[in-house]
Design a protein around this ligand. Structure first.
Ligand code: FES
Ligand code: FES
Length: 157
């Protein structure tokens, strides 16, 4: 099915199998392998990407459903600098070990930073509760996100 969509600011037209999931299209057809695939059932959050500004599970959306929409992946959000503060905080706080969850976790965290700049630690935990991490125990991830929220708060006053 001929489909036109925008990926990381670039408009593309491709022939896409109607049954292909968006995350597989991004990884296999476009080589954007930064987003990972874990459960393929919408549970783990490893495949979290952004579509029209909202976070979605790339394993639960068909690629053809992205027709006419804007898709942002970890590659685009890294290159644009939008994730820079969170990436730095994750690095500083040792908020990753194997890194498998990290791209999805960063995109979920960015969503919180944009939508709830005054989030409490409990709200941070709630917001990332759909993103599983098998390594860190989450404490360092919450610390890193909180660091960015606090820095943004200081910058606002
Ligand atoms: S791979 Fe999509 S939620 Fe787990
Ligand atoms: S750092 Fe390994 S799964 Fe999160």
């Amino acid at each position: 099915m001929q489909t036109t969509l925008n990926v990381n600011g670039q408009t593309l037209t491709r022939s896409i199998e109607p049954r292909q999931h968006l995350i597989d299209f991004l990884r296999e057809e476009l080589g954007l392998t930064g987003s990972h695939v874990g459960c393929e059932h919408g549970v783990c959050g490893a495949c979290t990407i952004r579509v029209d500004g909202e976070i979605v599970r790339g394993c639960l959306m068909l690629a053809v459903q992205a027709a006419g929409r804007r898709v942002d992946t970890i590659e685009g959000l890294s290159d644009s600098g939008e994730l820079a503060a969170l990436q730095d905080a994750f690095h500083q706080r040792n908020a990753l070990q194997c890194g498998y969850c990290t791209p999805g976790m960063l995109i979920a965290a960015l969503d919180l930073v944009r939508k709830n700049p005054d989030a409490t630690r409990a709200q941070i935990r709630e917001h990332i509760s759909g993103n599983y991490c098998r390594c860190t125990g989450y404490q360092a991830i919450v610390d890193a996100i909180e660091t960015v929220l606090l820095a943004n708060k200081v910058a606002r006053v």
